[in-house]
Write a protein that binds this ligand. Structure first.
Ligand SMILES: Nc1nc2c(ncn2[C@@H]2O[C@H](COP(=O)(O)OP(=O)(O)OP(=O)(O)O)[C@@H](O)[C@H]2O)c(=O)[nH]1
Length: 370
């Protein structure tokens, strides 16, 4: 019996040997669905091994702050850029990343604290676990924004983008609007709610079957293609916004920046010089705009809320996340909080650390006296 790796290799060979055209698209989709299934099994097995024997420790995401991952080839200027973006505020402990060569820093902008992670240069085949690639990718997968850092003299990103894609990271895309519900009987039923132009109902059926489903209803509400159907089946894709920094413009010739921007026109890009600090504010603004931030007004107990300087947090953050942003010890001393605003059932509702805050909430956190 062939190992999972061998089976995957066999299928990949078959795909490589299949001419790609309209007629073979369905067949390739089916093969890819089989690979996705095997990859899922492999991943499960790895996790069992890790959980069982002295796990290497996983990347722990720091709650509260929004996180930006700097991703780019070696020597494009990521470390220099991190220093520019975070300035004097970059002195944060590396202890959250004990298993990683990831350097974190904090960028402060518009009252927001945004964590920036400098990844070691992403290399070819990182998605297959080469080098420290797996860990870098794990960190990138948990980021809110990926900042693609490009050297203006070396703007070809195809290898890197392919690595990200193979690592189940989808940039500037949304999850396809497709729902799979499994059942005990009835076979595979595909129900498109609109005309499909890039994939047929039969291909979807074949792919769902190849992935191992026997009875399932698939509701398709979007004009998806084969790759998107695969994303739905695999289920492990993360959808992350991407922004691009085109670096070293201090050395560029006239027109060069525009040419690189045109080459990468699907991304919002800012030409910068990490060496001189040129255009850092524009880049910070672009990053800020891409993160869905909300304002929280803090009210010290027995006093008026500070309506001038809100705390800026990520949408979806909890009271606990807010505590952590204020001060590391706040969470330990937490007793309860009172909240006014959109997230409160009534003004001054008492809530715990799990309560999710909303834009323009007023929050009063009650801590134990020391
Ligand atoms: N002219 C110019 N040089 C730059 C700029 N940014 C970075 N450099 C230089 O490019 C080289 C690489 O910069 P780093 O910041 O170390 O690059 P990195 O991407 O962190 O590299 P790795 O750590 O290998 O991934 C250094 O010699 C920098 O001084 C820039 O905007 N303009």
């Amino acid at each position: 019996m062939a190992t999972i790796e061998e089976q995957i290799e066999e299928l990949e060979k078959e795909i490589a040997n299949t001419k790609k055209n309209k007629a073979t698209e369905a067949h390739i989709g089916k093969l890819k669905a089989k690979i996705a299934k095997l990859a899922m099994e492999k991943e499960k097995r790895l996790e069992t091994i890790k959980a069982g024997g002295g796990s290497k420790g996983f990347y722990v995401k720091k709650a509260g702050n929004a996180t930006v991952a700097l991703v780019g080839f070696p020597s494009v200027g990521k470390s220099t850029l991190l220093n520019q973006l975070t300035g004097a505020h970059s002195e944060v402990g590396a202890y959250h990343f004990t298993t990683l060569d990831v350097v974190p820093g904090v960028m402060e902008y518009n009252h927001a604290k945004i964590q920036i992670l400098d990844m070691p240069g992403l290399i070819k085949d990182a998605s297959r676990g080469k080098g420290r690639g797996r860990e870098v990718i794990a960190a990138a997968r948990s980021a809110d924004i990926i900042l693609l850092v490009v050297d203006i003299f070396n703007p070809d990103l195809r290898v890197l983008l392919k690595e990200l894609y193979n690592s189940a990271i989808r940039l500037n895309q949304h999850a396809p609007d497709v729902n799979i519900t499994t059942a005990q009987q009835g076979g595979i039923i595909v129900k498109p709610t609109l005309k499909l132009t890039k994939i047929t109902v039969d291909t979807i059926k074949d792919m769902v079957a190849a992935y191992g489903h026997i009875n399932a209803t698939v509701v398709v509400r979007e004009d998806i293609d084969v790759e998107q159907m695969l994303d739905v089946l695999a289920g492990n894709r993360v959808y992350i916004k991407a922004v691009m920094a085109i670096n070293k413009v201090d050395l560029a010739k006239p027109g060069q920046l525009e040419a690189v921007q045109e080459m990468h026109r699907q991304y919002k890009s800012v030409g910068v010089s990490a060496a001189t600090g040129y255009n850092m504010d524009a880049l910070k603004q672009e990053i800020y705009d891409q993160i869905d931030m909300i304002r929280i007004y803090l009210k010290p107990q027995g006093q008026e809320a500070d309506m001038k300087e809100p705390l800026i947090v990520k949408r979806g953050n909890s009271v606990g996340d807010v505590c952590e942003l204020i001060h590391r010890d706040f969470k330990n001393a937490f007793r309860y909080a009172m909240v006014w605003g959109k997230s409160a059932k009534f003004p001054g509702q008492t809530v715990g650390m799990d309560h999710i805050v909303e834009d323009e909430d007023i929050l009063c956190i009650i801590v134990k006296r020391s």
